[in-house]
Write a protein that binds this ligand. Structure first.
Ligand code: SF4
Ligand code: SF4
Length: 226
């Protein structure tokens, strides 16, 4: 019958409205902004840059490879690469962004920048209270404003941040093991080369030149008879 669904829906609303005076579980709204529901782990808003340690400049993971800038669909990321280098989390010298801007008024929160970043340097934030009265530039976020600590990342995405930390630690351990193995191979090669250089040069005797396989005064080796 037409309208039954509407009546059923209204009955649920009425039951919750009356019941909310007696059972707090039936209160489906909160008094925002004084009260806030916790955001789910996978909630995402706009991107931010992660740094390790206490110094945003020294610990910034971004190496200014500009992949995210190229892949961003609305082209709202703007990066200028540094001229010099600084060590990354495995100690390898890397470039860093001298300028890193994101125009939040254009960003569509697609997360593509996060997906394509090979350095776990950019992640999605949960901060949604970003409205501004001014129309221009106030939503153009600069590097300083975008940089947030790994502790902050753990606070907003604890499960994801743990997995990322593990990946980075595994990558660092693998890089260290590879470096150690390469050093061992190089040391062995150097030792072999040094041994070859110091070994006495063998001078062939006339007998050996004539086909003898034993040194003078020694019993020749036995030959196996068929
Ligand atoms: S979330 Fe999407 S639109 Fe926003 S900066 Fe990243 S790639 Fe660009
Ligand atoms: S955030 Fe990632 S992808 Fe973007 S420039 Fe930095 S390292 Fe490259």
């Amino acid at each position: 019958m037409i309208g039954v669904g509407i009546l059923k829906g209204m009955a649920v609303t009425l039951r919750n409205f009356a019941g909310s005076y007696f059972e707090t579980d039936r209160l489906t709204t909160v008094q925002y902004p004084e009260e806030r529901d916790p955001l789910p782990e996978n909630y995402r808003n706009f991107p931010f840059l992660i740094y390790d340690g206490g110094d945003p400049q020294a610990g910034l993971r971004c190496v200014a490879c500009q992949i995210c800038e190229k892949e961003c669909p609305p082209q709202c990321i703007y990066i200028i690469k540094s001229k010099d280098k600084k060590p990354d989390y495995v100690g390898k010298p890397q470039f860093y962004p001298a300028v890193f801007d994101i125009d939040i008024s254009v960003c569509m929160s697609c997360q593509i920048c996060v997906e394509v970043c090979p350095f776990e340097a950019i992640k999605m934030d949960k901060d949604f209270e970003l409205s501004q009265r001014e129309r221009f530039n106030h939503l153009l976020f600069r590097k300083d404003q975008l940089s947030k600590s790994n502790d902050y990342y753990h606070k907003i995405h604890p499960i994801e941040a743990d997995a990322v930390d593990k990946n980075l630690a595994d990558a660092a351990a693998a890089a260290e093991a590879k470096k150690k193995a390469a050093a061992e191979v190089a040391a062995k090669a150097a030792a072999a080369k040094a041994a070859a250089a110091t070994a006495p040069t063998k001078v062939e005797s006339p007998e050996s030149a004539a086909g003898s396989t034993s040194a003078p005064g020694q019993t020749p080796p036995e030959t196996t008879k068929p």
